[in-house]
Design a protein around this ligand. Structure first.
Ligand SMILES: Cc1cc2nc3c(=O)[nH]c(=O)nc-3n(C[C@H](O)[C@H](O)[C@H](O)COP(=O)(O)OP(=O)(O)OC[C@H]3O[C@@H](n4cnc5c(N)ncnc54)[C@H](O)[C@@H]3O)c2cc1C
Length: 348
């Protein structure tokens, strides 16, 4: 079999890129190992234009955020399903100083576009918001599992649910032969597993473990609460609560420490009792040392590419950067410098 692109990994990155290449008329095959520790299947799927402890506009937010809805809505239409949940985010203020700071932000054109409303007094007896809070817009969450399952149906027999074994690759004049599949180009979308690849182990990945819970609680607003933890309404009184960030003990499964941490942080913001914890999962984010994605071509190997390193923000980064990657692959359009893996070639 002869194909244009062999993609390793059908997480959010491989799925978006595979779809865009197929749309451009290219032949694609994806390999995905169902038992690998995938990040996309665990993620909360949040997209939030104002992030971080200091609540600043997310990197390239003005370019990335307008791409989010059109891209995921296109996939919804393609698959006849629904996985993008546009939801406002409510962030309670902890002090009068914070309230003042946000009042100041509201005239900053960079941030203003993402603010729906600022409240200066408590809005909900169920929440600890004595100084009010800010309601953010252009935000929400993506049901990534649903998206991946539906797109797997779209890919049909272009998706092989098997482990890709690099040792079985052979270089040929046309590109690469993988167990009889003749691929012109290889693209690594395999999340943290790319660290162990013979091609990309030189890249400074900085994997981050995250744990996440699902809980049942009786306070049921439509918005996402975000303060120390986020609380995403899933329906039927169930909420996703996360996430932790750890750079060690990556091989350990879900821990009691993380469960405690998440529940404590939740009670610091939502006063209502947790009736039940129905799920506790962990995943490893494919994060990078400089917190920017890894896109581009291997420095010496012909036809070997990477589309990876989306860290904690795959949902908002992937719509825009999958389009950039396609234009780079098909039209040799240069990549944004900050994401091009060329920035690390001096370390080889
Ligand atoms: C707890 C947690 C919470 C998160 N919350 C959010 C959030 O709210 N918002 C957000 O934007 N992001 C969030 N993320 C991050 C998000 O999951 C990632 O940015 C994104 O999903 C990465 O997608 P990916 O396709 O690059 O990697 P992955 O999802 O890891 O996909 C890689 C795929 O490659 C496959 N693979 C690996 N090796 C092989 C092989 N040898 N053969 C075949 N297949 C292979 C894996 O099985 C996997 O399916 C969170 C992550 C975690 C862990």
């Amino acid at each position: 079999m002869e194909i244009d692109f062999l993609i390793i990994g059908q997480g959010l990155a491989g799925t978006a890129l595979g779809y865009r290449l197929i749309k451009e008329g290219k032949s694609v095959m994806l390999f995905d190992q169902p038992d690998q520790n995938k990040s996309s299947r665990i993620a909360a799927g949040l997209y939030n234009p104002v992030t971080g402890r200091k609540m600043v506009k997310t990197w390239m937010g003005e370019i990335l955020f307008p791409e989010i809805q059109p891209f995921y809505r296109e996939l919804e239409e393609l698959t006849g399903s629904s996985f993008l949940n546009s939801r406002k985010i409510y962030r309670p203020f902890l002090s009068i100083e914070e309230q003042n700071e946000w009042m100041g932000h509201s005239s900053d054109p960079d941030i203003q576009q993402f603010i729906e409303k600022i409240y200066t007094e408590s809005q909900y007896p169920e929440l600890k918001d004595p100084f009010g809070g800010v309601l953010l817009k252009m935000s929400g969450w993506l049901d990534i599992n649903q998206l991946l399952d539906k797109m797997a149906e779209f890919f049909q027999d272009r998706l092989v649910k098997e482990e890709f074994e690099e040792e079985a690759l052979n270089q040929e004049s046309f590109g690469w032969n993988y167990r009889g599949v003749q691929a012109k180009k290889l693209i690594y979308c395999n999340g943290v597993a790319a660290q162990n690849s013979r091609f990309f182990s030189f890249l400074p990945f900085a994997p981050v473990k995250g744990e996440i819970l699902e809980v049942v609680q009786s306070f049921n607003p439509e918005f996402i609460v975000n303060r120390g933890v986020f609380r995403v309404p899933l329906g039927n009184g169930t909420f996703r609560v996360g996430s932790t960030y750890t750079w060690h003990d990556l091989d350990q499964g879900p821990t009691e420490t993380a469960r405690k941490e998440l529940l404590e942080k939740l009670t610091e913001v939502v006063k209502v009792e947790v009736n039940e914890v129905t799920s506790h999962k962990f995943g490893i984010r494919p994060a990078t040392k400089d917190r920017k994605p890894f896109l581009g071509k291997h420095p010496t190997e012909e036809s070997v590419y990477i589309f990876n390193g989306f860290g904690a923000k795959g949902v908002s980064l992937i719509p825009y950067f999958s389009q950039q990657m396609v234009e780079y692959l098909l039209d040799s359009k240069p990549l944004v410098k900050e994401v091009d893996i060329k920035r690390y070639f001096k370390y080889i």
